[in-house]
Design a protein around this ligand. Structure first.
Ligand SMILES: O=C(O)CCC(=O)C(=O)O
Ligand SMILES: [Fe+2]
Length: 150
């Protein structure tokens, strides 16, 4: 887990450099404002049991939400269930299955990046449908703690 944590942190750093470049900023922009000051992240280990049991009311997925940070790196075992809604302002909402790409990470843009970029990047509205099959996923959520001064 520690090794996974370190590797994902390195991937997150590269990703945010690329995001800075895509915004027309210096690739070290976020580093310079101190985004990596005391870097921290959550590693969320998720297990969806697959079968519903009494009292679960068939609700053993994850309801629609967006993640709070800059971007979440998500690894899944390929069992379907994850869906995204590309246009969260559209009514009724249109949900699409996220295809599994072996060896690839799924990047979900978070609310913080949406806020920082004034909606240029939109946070990904996503959900996990309850599945018949057992499902595992690992969500890596970097927490950003820019230095407030200097
Ligand atoms: O299990 C998944 O594929 C998604 C998990 C998720 O959305 C989350 O942990 O925030
Ligand atoms: Fe999520």
């Amino acid at each position: 887990m520690e090794s996974y944590y370190e590797k994902m942190l390195a991937v997150s750093k590269k990703l945010i450099s690329l995001m800075a470049l895509s915004l027309g900023l210096d690739d070290l922009f976020f580093e310079k404002i101190g985004a990596w000051h005391e870097p921290l992240a959550y590693v969320r280990l998720l297990h969806y049991p697959g079968k519903t049991f009494e009292g679960s009311c068939g609700r053993l997925g994850a309801s629609a939400h967006s993640d709070f940070g800059i971007a979440t790196l998500l690894l899944t075992d390929g069992v379907p269930g994850l869906q995204i809604c590309r246009d969260k302002d559209r009514h009724p909402q249109l949900w699409e299955d996220v295809p599994h790409v072996h060896g690839a990470l799924i990047v979900n843009v978070g609310d913080l990046l949406e806020r920082w970029t004034n909606c240029l990047f939109r946070s990904t509205l996503h959900r996990v449908l309850p599945t018949e099959q057992e499902r595992y996923s690992v969500a890596f959520l970097p927490k950003w703690r820019p230095r407030l001064h200097g």
